[in-house]
Design a protein around this ligand. Structure first.
Ligand code: NAD
Length: 500
């Protein structure tokens, strides 16, 4: 359902950030003048362009970050100075939240109605900056006793890791930008940031505000453009000390290979095929269906790393779950993301639309039972990349539908008979990002939560928060964002000792 998209797109935002590349405090075009035109996912209309940073632009940006790290004031600044700047920035983000939300809707089509969902909110980004500002004056080293031999004094220090290449996806630019930039800056690192080519304007506005907050030149530099040539030049640059990447498993694997030459530190936040496990004593099967379908449909149309796109449901409540999920699928509205009645996002681009439709078509031939959706939304919305919320029941857990990250509004429902089978099915995936357990039996809840090979397990509900570690087991990633360990991931541990 939903109305026609009648956007006069730019009227929804005050001004489109038009600078592009930021090197040592100066905004510039690309060295060769090349640019990328971004199209709005709900209509296919061009909304604006930004420079495609060349290898030489990236080289200049990395050198600026290197000089700012080796010789500049930021890594040597007093803790209080960094704390105050990051708090000032969090305030600026909140003061500009409305403007930022509109830019996001224009960039990636996340509807205004759902930008208030924490993971896609400006508030979350501001909270993450405050959270990491909080660690600056609290994370230190230790003094350690001698182990053998003569008396000596040994101490450890946490020092900033150096130049960080931060590479972002497009789907939740506020939070994901903050989860990299905040701990990196808090720890005293310098940064070269590459936004996704599908959410660049939003990130540029966030960077403008960081400049306004008073960050010294060269501490954060921005290179805009796609994976090739821009991202590639960044991850292979010898003067980068750490690559912090959020995106797909395929690019994550490539980044490990590309970083190997100079043994860069690598943090990866990758994809998932997160399961919801619904037991017969679930407090409310409807709620389990709603939480699951919420991640699969509303806001991002399944384009969230931690979307619970695999429902493992006990046979006793299987039909109840399916009925509730079908009902919810029928309630989703699409269309103009600036319309407050619109509840779901388009897929980000035509390539992704084709990919998702391919999975659906193969799913129809796989023996699974299609019980909702199954095609793109056409009619008045045919120019946008909209796909109906799609539910396949009776999916074999080894089938493509249950194993691949589709990154679209497609739920695979798999029946199970007992707890052991549920755990085995849940863990039978290369991914391990999130999971949900629905039961009123607390002992079962914790038993199952401990047995699941996933980074975050929600019992009767799921929430991403700035102070909670978030990341993947297995091929869902390396390292964690959120919390103290995320701050420490931007530091090196140094031991200093002296015989007494
Ligand atoms: P993507 O991997 O296509 O792109 C991510 C970023 O990598 C973009 O900035 C892109 O330009 C860049 N890139 C592409 N090729 C590159 C290369 N060769 N070298 C360097 N950079 C390169 O992912 P996407 O479509 O933007 O985002 C969707 C993916 O991100 C999904 O797999 C999703 O699960 C994952 N994701 C994970 C998390 C998490 O926290 N675990 C959060 C959000 C999204």
């Amino acid at each position: 359902s939903g109305g026609a998209v009648t956007l006069s797109l730019l009227s929804h935002v005050g001004r489109l950030p038009d600078q592009g590349i930021l090197i040592d405090g100066q905004w510039r075009p690309a060295a060769d003048g090349a640019s990328w035109t971004h199209t709005h996912p709900a209509t296919g209309e061009a909304i604006g362009s930004f420079p495609v940073a060349t290898e030489s632009d990236v080289d200049k940006a990395v050198h600026a970050a290197r000089t700012a790290f080796d010789d500049g004031p930021w890594p040597r600044s007093r803790a209080g100075q960094r704390v105050k700047l990051l708090h000032r920035y969090a305030d600026l983000l909140r003061a500009n939240a409305d403007d930022l939300r509109r830019l996001q809707a224009l960039d990636n089509g996340v509807p205004l109605s759902f930008a208030g969902i924490y993971a896609t909110s400006v508030e979350a980004a501001a909270d993450v900056f405050e959270h990491h500002a909080g660690w600056i004056d609290k994370v230190g080293g230790e003094t350690l006793p001698p182990y053998q031999g003569g008396d000596h004094l040994a101490m450890t220090f946490r020092e900033p890791i150096g130049v960080v290449a931060a590479i972002l996806p497009w789907n939740a630019p506020f939070l994901l930008y903050a989860q990299k930039v905040a701990p990196a800056l808090a720890a005293g690192c310098t940064v070269v940031l590459k936004p996704s080519e599908f959410a660049t304007f939003t990130v540029l506005r966030m960077v403008e505000l960081l400049v306004e907050a008073g960050l010294p030149h060269g501490v954060l530099n921005v290179v805009t453009g796609p994976g090739n040539p821009t991202g590639e030049a960044l991850v292979t640059h010898p003067l980068v000390d750490k690559v912090s990447f959020t995106g797909s498993r395929a690019v994550g694997r490539h980044i490990i290979e590309a970083s190997a030459g100079t043994l860069k530190r690598v943090s990866l936040e990758l994809g998932g095929k997160s399961p919801t496990l619904v037991f017969p004593d679930a407090p409310d099967v409807g709620l389990a269906a709603m939480t699951t379908m919420g991640t699969v449909t509303m806001g991002l149309s399944g384009q969230a790393c931690v979307a619970h796109t695999r429902a493992l449901v006990h046979r006793d409540v299987y039909d109840d779950f399916l009925n509730a999920a079908q009902l919810l699928a029928g309630m989703i509205t699409y269309g103009d993301p600036f319309d407050p009645a619109v509840l779901s996002a388009p897929l980000i681009n035509a390539k992704q639309l084709d990919r998702v439709l391919g999975y659906i078509e193969r799913g129809k031939d796989s023996g699974a039972r299609l019980v909702a959706g199954g095609s793109r939304v056409d009619g008045a919305l045919a120019d946008g990349n909209f796909v109906q919320p799609t539910i396949f029941a009776d999916v074999d857990n080894t089938a493509e539908l249950a194993q691949e990250e589709i990154f679209g509004p497609v739920l695979a429902v798999v029946p199970f008979g007992d707890e052991d089978e549920a755990i085995r099915l849940a863990n039978a995936t290369r991914y391990g990002l999130g999971a949900g357990v629905y039961t009123t039996d607390n002992r079962r809840a914790f038993r199952v939560a401990r047995a699941l090979r996933a980074g975050t397990v929600g019992i009767n509900g799921f929430q991403v928060e700035p102070h909670l570690p978030f990341g993947g087991f297995k091929q869902s990633g390396l390292g964690r964002e959120g919390g103290r360990s995320a701050f420490e991931a931007y530091t090196e541990l140094k031991t200093v000792l002296m015989p007494l």
